[in-house]
Design a protein around this ligand. Structure first.
Ligand code: 5GP
Length: 192
């Protein structure tokens, strides 16, 4: 998606440790016109698929997923919650996710009442790096018995391999911008 690539090139900054900072428009301050265009693009890419629900993970996925949902007949958006203490009352699907940016493992939960067996779910997130966040969401979908119809990602860092693994596993993964390489010294981002 050219508009997103141009925005990354203009306002993104490359930090050491393979981190791309896009907090002026994507995951701290939010450009909702851009989010709206991203939602329209996912709707085009996933055209013809039946989507009952969008599943994302807090925090940065929520805003993007909510705007995107407007392009999918206003389907409900469910977000997985990161938590320190799991309430083991059997009412939640749970998994553990290692966070690339925070470098720690979170327990992640989704209330069982928000995912129903047989539903068709679209996963949405802001970034795809090594794929741990999506792996966790997919695990939750497996526990719930829902069908992962597709995965929509704003920015995939292609050089970290998470996307290739998911494509090989057969998922319909649509990333709106794929970063092939980035250089913290020059601040340059190259797209695939
Ligand atoms: P993964 O689990 O695929 O390794 O990483 C994906 C998660 O880590 C995303 O949910 C996102 O919040 C965060 N993340 C990964 N790489 C970056 C990055 O370069 N910049 C930012 N801002 N977040 C990232």
């Amino acid at each position: 998606m050219k508009e997103l690539e141009e925005r990354i090139a203009k306002d993104g900054t490359v930090k050491p440790g393979d981190v791309l900072k896009v907090d002026s428009f994507l995951n701290h301050q939010c450009d909702i016109t851009l989010f709206d265009h991203m939602g329209a693009e996912w709707a085009r890419l996933f055209e013809g698929k039946h989507i009952d629900k969008i599943l994302t993970i807090e925090a940065s996925g929520i805003g993007i997923a909510c705007i995107a949902a407007q392009h999918f007949n206003n389907v409900p958006v469910v977000f997985a919650k990161k938590t320190q203490s799991i309430n083991l009352d059997g009412e939640q699907y749970t998994t553990k996710i290692y966070s690339f940016t925070k470098q720690k493992t979170f327990d992640v939960i989704v209330g069982k009442r928000f995912l129903t067996k047989g539903e068709h779910v679209l996963l949405i997130d802001d970034f795809l790096a090594n794929g741990k966040a999506l792996q966790g969401l997919i695990e939750i979908c497996e526990q719930a018995g829902v069908v992962v119809e597709g995965i929509g990602i704003a920015i995939e860092k292609g050089f970290q391999g998470g996307g290739d693994k998911l494509r090989k596993a057969g998922y319909d993964l649509q990333s709106l911008a794929i970063v092939q390489s980035m250089d913290p010294e020059e601040g340059k981002v190259v797209f695939a």
